[in-house]
Write a protein that binds this ligand. Structure first.
Ligand SMILES: [Zn+2]
Length: 439
């Protein structure tokens, strides 16, 4: 079985790389991934998966940071013009680009894997030396670039889909391949996590390419993520003539400015590291008008979900009291979020056992060498959901060389030879869990 999978994955490597280059060229950022998602849904259907999409696998109330209707529609039309699958895209219209492929074969565990597929809001380097430009697959979409590697994740997911279908008779149980929108800004996972699709899952895993691990390395339990909340605060006051009757207004800019200074003044916490940032402040209408409105873009983070909640609750107190001080109304809009996520070490140990047998890897670690972190990952919502009802979860770091550049840079270049090791690991782990399942 092991050899069969090894050979099969090697044989589809070029096809998987072509998927990646296609996703890369037509990069789509959060909530607008209609082309990417509809083509994935088509491919899974053709392979024989039972495919669920859009609202079937999303909780509408838990969508966060969704762009305006006008932006969604513009990108929907762009997706159609760029070769989206019309039948599936239609069902995703309005901001519902999630896809789940299900393969059920008799009794056994329910195993879920998650592959995210959104691009980053940025423009790709157009220099002729940049490999995607040289080889003709640089992003043709302005302000959307696969500079995090999620095009690779989506392609690995399709590779796993092909591989498991190839050995369908060996699948004993249920496999759910979850293709997730809007990971950037941690906006998409929660809507899938609370939809019910994970509520019978016994094992869930996912991974990220690169992220500091060199090619050939695998870390079987990355979980040094910060829990986070991204939210906007809107202050509404009242305008007045700044010379004639300043006391008649309610100054929203003062409320916002008071809030900014005091948000950064939230006292330290002994329980672990925390962060707060106000990334944007917009306010005001005219020089001689008492400012009637202000907007802040804020994020809080914590090493654990509890620390994150502490920061968020403290921030709310600061915002509410700053608004009250100047007679303004406050409205908070959630724009994204993630919990801290904790990999199950006993599950990671099983992952290591399987990874140790794969020829593509030369360094397999059960846990990360250091626990330094600062990023967030919304797969944590899915981990938490599965763990809450007794299932196990882990998150893999899949080593890949990035051409000397970091994630989220315009020069980012992904090492495509890292894909096949990941496909083997994800497929073999599912089969291993099924073979060793005791109900
Ligand atoms: Zn990423």
């Amino acid at each position: 079985m092991h050899e069969k999978i090894n050979d099969f994955v090697n044989s589809i490597e070029e096809k998987v790389i072509n998927y990646r280059r296609d996703f890369h060229k037509y990069a789509e950022s959060a909530w607008t991934e209609y082309r990417t998602a509809s083509l994935i849904a088509r491919r899974l259907t053709d392979l024989g998966y039972d495919v669920k999409i859009g609202k079937e696998v999303m909780n509408v109330a838990d969508r966060m940071g969704v762009p305006s209707e006008a932006v969604l529609e513009r990108h929907y039309q762009r997706a159609l013009a760029q070769g989206a699958d019309v039948e599936f895209a239609e069902k995703m219209r309005g901001g519902f680009p999630a896809v789940v492929g299900i393969l059920k074969n008799g009794e056994g565990p329910v195993i879920a894997m998650r592959f995210d597929f959104d691009a980053v809001d940025m423009k790709e380097n157009s220099s002729p030396d940049h490999r995607p430009v040289k080889e003709g697959f640089a992003s043709v979409n302005d302000e959307a670039m696969h500079s995090c590697g999620h095009d690779g994740h989506a392609s690995i997911g399709l590779g796993v889909a092909e591989t498991l279908m190839q050995v369908k008779d060996q699948v004993k149980g249920t496999v759910k391949l979850i293709f997730q929108h809007a990971e950037e800004g941690v906006r998409g996972a929660k809507s899938i996590a609370t939809s019910g699709i994970l509520d019978d899952v016994d094992y869930i895993y996912a991974g990220h390419l690169g992220s500091g691990s060199p090619k050939g390395a695998v870390v079987c339990s990355r979980d040094n993520f910060l829990a986070t909340a991204k939210f906007d605060a809107f202050f509404t006051g009242a305008p007045a003539h700044a010379g004639g009757k300043p006391e008649g207004g309610h100054n929203a800019m003062l409320a916002a400015a008071t809030a900014v200074l005091n948000l950064y003044a939230i006292p330290r916490h002994s329980g672990g590291s925390t962060r707060i940032n106000v990334g944007r402040l917009n306010a005001g209408t005219g020089r001689n008008v008492i400012c009637p409105n202000a907007h802040l873009a804020i994020e809080t983070r914590g090493e654990t979900s509890a620390l994150q909640e502490h920061m968020y609750n403290y921030a709310m107190k600061v915002l509410e009291n700053s608004a009250a001080m100047h007679g303004c109304k406050l409205e908070i809009v959630a724009m994204g979020g993630a919990s801290s996520g904790k990999s199950d070490r006993d599950f990671a140990a099983i992952g290591k056992k399987v990874a140790d047998t794969i020829e593509d890897f030369n360094l397999v670690l059960e846990a990360p060498p250091s626990n330094a972190g600062g990023g967030s990952e919304d797969f944590s919502y899915m981990m938490e959901r599965v763990q809450k009802h007794g299932g196990k979860a882990t998150f893999f770091g899949i080593g890949a060389d990035l051409g000397g550049w970091g994630h989220h840079t315009a020069e980012f270049d992904l090492d495509e030879s890292a894909f096949k090791g990941a496909i083997k690991l994800f497929s073999l782990l599912a089969l291993h869990l099924m073979d060793n399942w005791e109900a």
